[in-house]
Design a protein around this ligand. Structure first.
Ligand SMILES: [Zn+2]
Length: 223
């Protein structure tokens, strides 16, 4: 199944001044064909525009697919909407668009709800890390954030220009805090939760804190 980059020109009304801006909206971003689009995503340039009339920066949120053929990664961006209210619906749409037998079994498949989660996944995979372990780490980081609470869905994996890995936490009080990514902790978590991850048969591909919480609480009552 060949999934090529596809965009269409669409007129989008500026939310401030009502000016109609003509934009390229991508339904598919194939970064093996168009590596420049990956950079644009990471630089927060693809899912937003500057109104040509009033200059306002407007963020865009719409359904599309990110595909990396070389590394066999496909990420479906499915913002919460009237059409997609819950996790099951997003997965149904994804599976009808990209049936497993046509896509190939060797793809890592993921669903995310917004651009922040998409960039998080791209960075995690670029570092050769397992995003499932990262999501479990976020739960523990949130629990140990102390006085200044952070919710796990507001913790993001990041890499600076020198390649230093970190977690960025947006705290409940709005403060932003960077905390070191500790390789040893990652390896420990990977070992500790290997069995749980390997035996996760939920088929869930929306790997986020909700997934991680469900995984951590599964089987607890038997212990
Ligand atoms: Zn405008």
């Amino acid at each position: 199944m060949k999934i090529s980059t596809h965009s269409e020109k669409e007129k989008v009304k500026c939310s401030k001044c009502g000016h109609e801006n003509e934009l390229d909206l991508y339904s598919v971003i194939n970064v093996s064909e168009n590596p420049e689009l990956k950079n644009q995503i990471l630089e927060h340039k693809l899912y937003g525009y500057k109104c040509s009339d009033c200059g306002r920066n407007v963020a865009l949120s719409y359904m599309n697919t990110y595909i990396d053929e070389q590394n066999k990664i496909i990420i479906f961006v499915a913002p919460q909407s009237e059409k997609i209210k819950d996790r099951g619906e997003a997965r149904k749409i994804f599976e009808s668009m990209y049936p497993a037998d046509e896509l190939g079994m060797d793809y890592v498949k993921r669903i995310v709800r917004d651009v922040r989660a998409l960039t998080d996944k791209i960075k995690v995979f670029d570092c050769g890390l397992d995003d499932r372990v990262i999501e479990i780490m976020k739960i523990f980081l949130a629990l140990n954030a102390g006085e200044e609470k952070a919710s796990p869905d507001m913790i993001f994996f990041d890499v600076d220009k020198d390649g230093k890995k970190m977690f960025v936490m947006v705290l409940d009080n709005g403060k932003v805090l960077a905390t070191d990514f500790i390789e040893e902790m990652y390896e420990d978590f990977k070992q500790e939760f290997k069995d749980k991850i390997d035996t996760d048969i939920s088929g869930n591909i929306e790997i986020d804190p909700i997934w991680a919480m469900a995984l951590l609480s599964a089987g607890k009552e038997d212990e």
